[in-house]
Design a protein. Sequence first.
Length: 462
Amino acid sequence: MKRSSIISLGLLIAAAIGLTVLFIVLKNKENKPTDPEKENFFTVKTIDVGSVDRISLKSTLYDAVFTKQEDTWYNDADLLNQSAVTQIPESLLANLRAIGKVDNPAPDEEYGLDAPAAVLEAYAGDTRLVRIELGNKVPTKNCYYARFDGEKTVYTVAENYGRILLREKSYFVKAVTMPGIPGIKNIDEIILEGDLFPAFHAVKDKNNPYDYSGSGVLPWYFTTPYRAQWEADIIGGNWMNQLEYYLSIHPEDMRTAKPDEFAEYGLDNPGATLTVRYSNDSGTEQNSYTIYIGNQIEETGSYYARLKGMDALLVLSYAKVHMLCDVDVFQNTYHAVFYPSIRTFSKVTVRAGSALQVFTHEVKDGADIYLLNGREITNADALSWAQAVVSLKTASFRPTETPESEPILTITVEVEDKTRFKDMTIRIFRGEEGKDIVERLGVCDCTIDSRAVDDFIKMLGG
């Protein structure tokens, strides 16, 4: 074969190989799936996202205006899910891109832009940075028709625009869980402060040293407004009924308020501050909630309020606020001067002028022995004596100083178990207008009906 023929043949073989390789490459490219949207993305507009401090969103699902103060977004009506709102500037406004333009666009109604599904405007102060109108979804692709800043040009934009702008209210609004307590047995302490209602302080103490029942009948007591503790009325049920009101808070309305706006509603210096402390069923976890009560709404009588730790403005009904805060402590007090559990005492000394009774209790061979002035009495007589003591019940809350006169009745209680209980002395002084003065734990906070005292003194003589 001639040399020239060999060269020609070689060139033909090389060309054939080249064409074969090109065919394979083109075929692979044809068969390989591509993302035309990703390939065609281009920037429509760039804005300074960091300067955005107001966003207006109007869609078929939710209308809202979000304003930014420092690093927090606010809305006049709703508590916001910060991460959801932050998606708008960080994911959308930072990437104002489109997939393509529509050549020779038809009328707006062809793209849903005559009545957009969503319109978003972003501002820096009073300057509008961008306006986005979102139309219909493109029938054959996962993208939308859109228009920017009122221009006539119609773009196709990624599905991400719809995912962010076409959201229901629940997506942007934060779910708020109000305080909830399983039951009144979980409540441990209630404190009410302020000038709007009479202040009070109630404490549950399972080891209350003046609960002479010995069985935890009187674990709750008040320290305010009393100057020395006085037990709450668990036996009559009054205080137990009051505790029901603190289990849950149900506001009539809830709206967002910026921290510097609380003063407008009287919540920078609240008229009442209510704190409720509670624990879980096992008593191993302690929790609390604090409610601030502000101005009253003239039209409805309801009150503005705020929960500590939550930047939300609450509206509580007149009835709810008064049930929580307007508490008549005296009506919720156990009125007997002490609980006469005869097995708890070792000795009770009662003196009225020259009349004296000494009640003693001791245990011999496992049996309870009761004596009155050294003479043994029956269990029934001991219970009758205790019932007479119960008749000494306070009639009103009227703090006063201890009189300088001699008491007309003195009761000294000495307990059996001094590691568990404390001794107590009650003195009663003759008062005016049928109201005697009761001194208990060293202070005179209550009065008692003079007739009840006189009847008890007569009983001593019997």
